[in-house]
Write a protein that binds this ligand. Sequence first.
Ligand SMILES: [Zn+2]
Length: 143
Amino acid sequence: MKCPRCRRGEMFTDPNAWKLKHTLKMPETCPECGQPFELEVGFWYGTGYVSYGISFLLSVASFVLWWLVIGISSLSQLVLWLSLNAAFLLLLQPWLMRLSRSIYVYCFVSYDPNYKSSPVSKFDYQSEDYYLKEKKPGSNLPG
Ligand SMILES: [Zn+2]
């Protein structure tokens, strides 16, 4: 849960994810390299998909573990697994929300070993290169 660009700066203000008032409290930019974390308005909506995927994988893992250790021979055992799995996911939620944000921002911002001297990462349309590419004759970019 460090900045994807410098891998040094903390992404979250409070190291404890379970202090629920501060779970998603983040600095606007990385305290180490100045990389903005929220790349555009509504950027964090996409983390829902990441969170869903992780929760699904954890549920599959807990189901397989339950099946191997305890077994699913009756409906009550299945219901018990369902309840415990729901409680487990609920308890993990603050950490899952942070993990999803971290994974999501890592998809868009890559590591930069020269972060001290190079400019911060932005979405393509926000960088000057994007417009230079568009003006180039023979370019295959749409629009
Ligand atoms: Zn950074």
